[in-house]
Design a protein around this ligand. Structure first.
Ligand code: CA
Length: 396
């Protein structure tokens, strides 16, 4: 039996040699149990043995699982980093480069190419950031020592099935600590259900074939209920002091919303179909009528903020203006370039931002911001937002 609590405890105290040896022994016996289950699931002994030969656990990743959930940031900060001018420009260039694959995916699965590209852009920055951790090692570690061992056992077996089928070479199966991999960050079990061979070479390679990755994303959205020709939704303007129903899943016909005085943000009519009224920051912030296609995006990653990022990025890739209504805040969200500038200016003042400024705000940068905010007399939020940006730029 694996003693999760004691081993994770040993980790936090950073590990003397004596504590590693029993972990290694436990890992060996865990692998033996995984092996017999794998063989029972039709995975060959050769595949299992090759994939796990000399395998050691990566105990570092257990701390990622412990550290969930992440630091909670307001939605406008979240969106500002994911839907910034740089990602829109990169996305337009990538869409030109891969226009044929996007056209094929759109035609075959009936899914809007701008939505497909937006998922690609948010999941991996158009293939730039797909993760570097070997899936077999991460998932074996989580299957043996993780808090959700049963779930990760399933993903570990799914990884071996991918190797056995030969869709993706074993050494290309690298990804996030939790096992999401490839251009659109599928989990291995999602891959088995959803991946497609769009480029027609006989393999479903969502790592090194952009067409396969785009087609697989389109298939996922299609299977999640995407309806061709229907928008994800659109921004709307509420009547003053709106106090009526809201909520993504609280769907009503457009006529219902029109009767309550809701109009498109540009003043136009709402059209046909049904939608829910999404108020991500309350009735004083931006408001959206969202359709079943928004729910299809939500199925990709169950967070309304995520679905809104994909949706608004897809609009901007299409040439739209983005969200018009200001967020109810005096601390605006920052683009990645602005976040990088915050880190640079903090580093110039002697703060540790966790390495070279890169625009990724992690624990070190947040701690530096908290300390800086305290020193210059700002509210200590830890947020890389407009207030800190402006103060740093003003030389404070
Ligand atoms: Ca292929």
């Amino acid at each position: 039996m694996i003693r999760i609590a004691s081993w994770t405890g040993a980790l936090v105290l950073t590990i003397c040699a004596a504590s590693i040896l029993p972990a290694r022994a436990d890992f060996r016996s865990c692998l033996a149990s995984l092996r017999s289950d794998a063989l029972g699931k039709g995975i060959s002994a050769a595949t299992f043995d090759t994939a796990t030969s000399g395998l050691e656990p990566d105990m570092d990743i257990l701390k990622f699982e412990e550290n969930q959930p992440e630091f909670k940031i307001p939605i406008w900060h979240y969106l500002a980093g994911l839907v910034d001018d740089e990602r829109v420009a990169d996305g337009k260039a990538k869409m030109r480069q891969w226009s044929q694959a996007l056209a094929t995916a759109e035609e075959r699965f009936g899914v809007d190419r701008y939505a497909i590209a937006a998922v690609w852009g948010v999941e991996s920055n158009f293939g730039e950031a797909t993760g570097k951790r070997p899936l077999v090692q991460s998932l074996a570690t989580l299957a043996c020592f993780g808090q959700r061992a049963a779930y990760f056992r399933g993903e570990f077996f799914a990884t071996l099935k991918i190797i056995e089928r030969g869709d993706v070479p074993a050494d290309r199966l690298v990804g996030s600590w939790a096992g999401a991999f490839g251009q659109t960050q599928f989990m291995p079990s999602t891959f088995l259900r959803m991946a497609v061979d769009l480029d027609g070479d006989g393999k479903r390679d969502v790592v090194d074939s952009v067409p396969d990755a785009l087609g697989s994303t389109a298939n996922y959205l299609h299977k999640s209920g995407w309806t061709a020709g229907v928008p994800w939704g659109f921004e709307v303007k509420l009547p003053a002091d709106y106090g009526g129903p809201s909520g993504r899943t609280n769907k009503h016909p457009m006529s219902f919303w029109a009767q309550r005085g809701i109009r498109r943000i540009d003043g136009g009519g709402l059209g046909e179909g049904s939608a829910g009224l999404l108020l991500p920051a309350g009735a004083k912030g931006p408001a959206f009528l969202v359709t079943r296609n928004f729910d299809a995006i939500y199925a990709y990653n169950a967070a309304e903020s995520y679905a809104l990022a994909i949706s608004t990025l897809s609009d901007r890739l299409r040439g739209g203006p983005g969200i018009a209504t200001p967020w109810p805040t005096n601390d605006r969200g920052l683009s990645r370039a602005e976040r990088k500038e915050v880190q640079t200016l903090l580093a110039q003042r002697g703060y540790d931002v966790g390495g070279a400024p890169d625009g990724n705000v992690g624990t070190k940068t947040r701690e530096a911001i908290l300390e800086y905010q305290g020193r210059v007399g700002l509210d200590r939020t830890g947020l890389a937002g407009g207030i800190v940006f402006d103060a740093l730029r003003a030389g404070r």
